[in-house]
Design a binder for this molecule. Structure first.
Ligand code: HEM
Length: 398
């Protein structure tokens, strides 16, 4: 069947056109060959999980064109032993205590962003309210000094452009320069934390990487050379724009469902389930790719070695076979087995942190800017990307 239209084009989460196109694919052609983009689109929840749990057959290592800048250095793009080693070492730093320690800071940063709007009745939600918390939390995790925060923000923007693959040649050149500066800064930061450890995540990872950690088979695993620095870089890629988009798309979802916004404003206990429904509804990472390592088949379709298989989380998260009334946004949805954080060996390490940030920021905003809504004549501008479901702009008033 023809691709209904480019379901990977930029949309925002509530797009009914895209929803209809993805429903059609799930129903009639769940493993769909997209001849324009030369990749398989996998749209059912069950099939996305099947691919995710079989890294020996569906590799995460980048091969062939996908977007302009592939993050070869990142653990998300590793398979097998190498991934196992990285995951074991760095996951020592992602403890439940980390999330509780950072909650207080997230609250403070959200309040400071709201304080900065004192006396105003309108704002550009993305830059004023969604950017600060995820960015500052990652800066804290890396122990970035307050004085370096502005520069850190420029590097983070450069990384987003590099990953998005929609920039002009000149912008990409500039981006690659900024990336080189950022790598140099991170190299220095890692050296400084090695010499004088702090209580940040980076210091804990350096200690675990050097002392080594035991895996389930009692093997001692280390990270070496630039591997810690590369992980630090990846943290910014993985945890910044994703969470920002979860916050902005979550705000938009509440604008589009005012009765749910009112329920949340009135009943604090709903914040337990709301972040997951926001994640299911918005799928800030719209899709992830794997590459087939040998000829295989999925349902009745033959996948050839080297072909790309795109797992469309945005579709799996509306799958009628898994979710009761999937096209309804309900902040008390439970259970909620969405795949917004992926599934299997690469399951998002920052999932609890992201849930906390989305909850904290939106909760403070509903409390302190009651009646916040989409600005009159304002339009949300979706991020131009095939991989990320985000917003560039969201004009709001209250
Ligand atoms: C709403 C926010 C977020 C979303 C939607 C999200 C989504 C994802 C997804 C879908 C994956 C799996 C990729 C795959 O299977 O190929 C992933 C992996 C990962 N995420 Fe997140 N993420 C978010 C926030 C964060 C945060 C805040 C952090 C850390 C500060 C983080 C760190 C990671 C890491 C380290 C991985 C790689 C895990 C591995 O390869 O083993 N993420 N994330």
């Amino acid at each position: 069947m023809e691709t209904p239209y480019d379901v990977m084009a930029p949309f925002h989460a509530s797009s009914t056109e895209r929803d209809a196109a993805l429903s059609l694919l799930r129903r009639e052609d769940p493993i769909h060959w997209d001849s324009q983009n030369q990749w398989w689109l996998v749209t059912r929840h069950e099939d996305v999980r099947e691919i995710s749990r079989r890294p020996e057959l569906f590799s995460s290592e980048p091969r062939g064109p996908w977007h302009v800048f592939e993050y070869h250095f990142s653990m998300q793009a590793m398979d097998g032993e190498r991934h196992h080693r990285h995951r074991n070492v760095v996951s020592r730093a992602f403890t439940p205590r980390l999330v509780s320690t950072l909650t207080e800071r997230a609250e403070r940063y959200a309040d400071e962003a709201i304080d900065a709007l004192a006396g105003r009745r309108s704002a550009e939600f993305v830059s004023d309210l969604a950017v600060p918390v995820p960015l500052r939390i990652i800066a804290d995790m890396l122990g970035v000094a307050d004085g370096d925060l502005e520069q850190f923000r420029r590097w983070s923007d450069a990384l987003i452009i590099a990953g998005g693959g929609h920039a002009e040649e000149e912008v990409l050149d500039e981006t690659h320069h900024l990336m080189a500066d950022f790598l140099a800064y991170l190299t220095e930061t890692v050296e400084a934390r090695r010499a004088h450890p702090g209580d940040d995540v980076l210091s804990r990872i350096i200690q675990a990487a050097e002392a080594g950690v035991l895996d389930d088979s009692q093997r001692l695993l280390h990270l070496e050379g630039d591997e810690v620095r590369d992980f630090a870089l990846f943290l910014l890629v993985a945890g910044n724009e994703t969470t920002r988009n979860g916050i902005s798309q979550g705000m938009l979802a509440l604008f589009e469902h005012p009765e749910e916004q009112q329920r949340l404003a009135a009943d604090d206990t709903l914040w337990k389930t709301a972040p997951d429904e926001i994640l299911r509804w918005t799928s800030p990472v719209r899709a992830m790719r794997r590459v087939a390592l040998r000829d295989t088949s999925l349902r009745d379709r033959k996948i050839l070695e080297g072909q790309s298989v795109v797992m469309v989380y945005a579709s799996a998260n509306r799958d009628e076979a898994v979710f009761d009334e999937p096209h309804l946004f309900r902040v008390d949805r439970s259970p909620n087995e969405h795949l917004a954080f992926g599934f299997g060996p690469h399951y998002c390490l920052g999932a609890n942190l992201a849930r906390m940030e989305i909850r904290t920021v939106l909760r403070r905003i509903l409390k302190r800017l009651p009646g916040i809504r989409l600005a009159e004549n304002g339009r949300p501008v979706p991020t131009p990307s095939a991989l990320i479901d985000g917003l560039e702009e969201l004009p709001v008033e209250w």
